[in-house]
Design a protein around this ligand. Structure first.
Ligand code: HEC
Length: 150
């Protein structure tokens, strides 16, 4: 299991840091600047689990707790995605989650988000089809909703 995980960590880590580099204007750290640019890896739009593993786990961790391999390079720690419901009165914040993915994290408004903007990335994967972009975000949301602690 560990071996399998390792085999995809490096390419994914590289991809994610490059993604962060191309998407984020501010807060770029020296580490990320040395990373080679690679195109975003395609995934199945109907698999929240696959998208999560490929696009999110490097920062937020496979278990969603915010301790992925790239987390150490972040100035703001990646949010613990398993307590979103707990922090919103026991109800998963669906609208907020979708907005974060579609538009951007609230921190981005203050120029300090290290989270890539997924809307434009998904749009580029789907040649601009809003329906498919929505489908990706919805399936990711359902996957993260399934990770919530009681
Ligand atoms: C390059 C690292 C990185 C990747 C990859 C990443 N995130 Fe994040 N994410 C962060 C960081 C750091 C934060 C903390 C807030 C910020 O910096 O904007 C965050 C915050 C969040 C938040 C909470 C925002 C809030 O404050 O309410 C959600 C939800 C989220 N990420 C979902 C995802 C999902 C889903 C994916 C995969 C599609 C993903 N993230 C991929 C780094 C990342």
């Amino acid at each position: 299991m560990i071996r399998k995980y390792r085999a995809f960590i490096l390419p994914v880590l590289t991809a994610v840091l490059c993604l962060a580099l191309t998407v984020i204007v501010t807060g770029i750290n020296a580490e990320a600047q040395n990373v080679k640019r690679v195109p975003v890896k395609p995934t199945a739009k109907d698999s929240g689990a696959e998208m999560y593993k490929v696009y999110c786990a490097t920062c937020h961790g496979m278990d969603g707790k915010g301790n992925g391999p790239a987390a150490a390079a972040m100035k703001t720690p990646p949010t613990d995605l398993t307590v979103l419901s707990r922090n919103h009165g026991g109800k998963f914040p669906e609208l907020k989650f979708q907005n974060v993915l579609k538009v951007s994290s609230p921190l981005a408004a203050h120029g300090s988000s290290e989270m890539p903007m997924w809307g434009p990335i998904f749009r580029s994967l789907e040649s601009g089809s809003e329906g498919y972009v929505q489908m990706r975000i919805y399936n990711l949301m359902k996957h993260v909703e399934g990770m919530q602690v009681k």
